[in-house]
Design a protein around this ligand. Structure first.
Ligand code: CO
Length: 134
């Protein structure tokens, strides 16, 4: 059911520092910071040959990653995103298998303008999973 790894998201406290780390130390191609107020984050895309890394910095008061950074003061891996062809079919199958879909279960338009859903980390080895319809 799941296809390609679309991205790995890493929550960071200092986006400039993390961007420099990926660009200068790791030698990756790094985008300029992109504020996404509707998602409560500023994102930097790190383009790799086979996938992307997204560096997420909290933006605004109700950032969905604020709590995560409280618990993980050095930052850390926040979620992985797998591609699916049909997000509603994927959701129905997952629910049937006993996995918990976060929120009201309806796909939302995510950071890339495509429908996404998040799955409960406790059902997936402690990892928040995002599904994106491509
Ligand atoms: Co994501």
């Amino acid at each position: 059911m799941i296809g390609r790894l679309n991205h790995v998201a890493i929550a960071v406290k200092d986006l400039d520092r993390s961007s420099a780390l990926y660009r200068d130390t790791l030698g990756a191609r790094v985008s300029p910071p992109l504020p996404q107020p509707e998602h409560g984050v500023t994102v930097v895309f790190v383009e790799l040959p086979n996938t992307k890394i997204e560096l997420l910095e909290p933006l605004g008061d109700n950032s969905p990653i604020a709590k995560f950074l409280e618990k993980n003061s050095d930052g850390g891996m926040h979620h992985v995103c797998y591609e699916v062809e049909d997000i509603r079919a994927a959701r129905d199958r997952l629910k049937q298998k006993g996995a918990r879909v976060l929120g009201d279960g309806e796909p939302k338009v995510g950071a890339h303008g495509k429908p996404v859903l998040f799955l409960h980390p406790k059902d997936f080895g402690g990892t928040l999973v995002e599904l994106e319809q491509v």
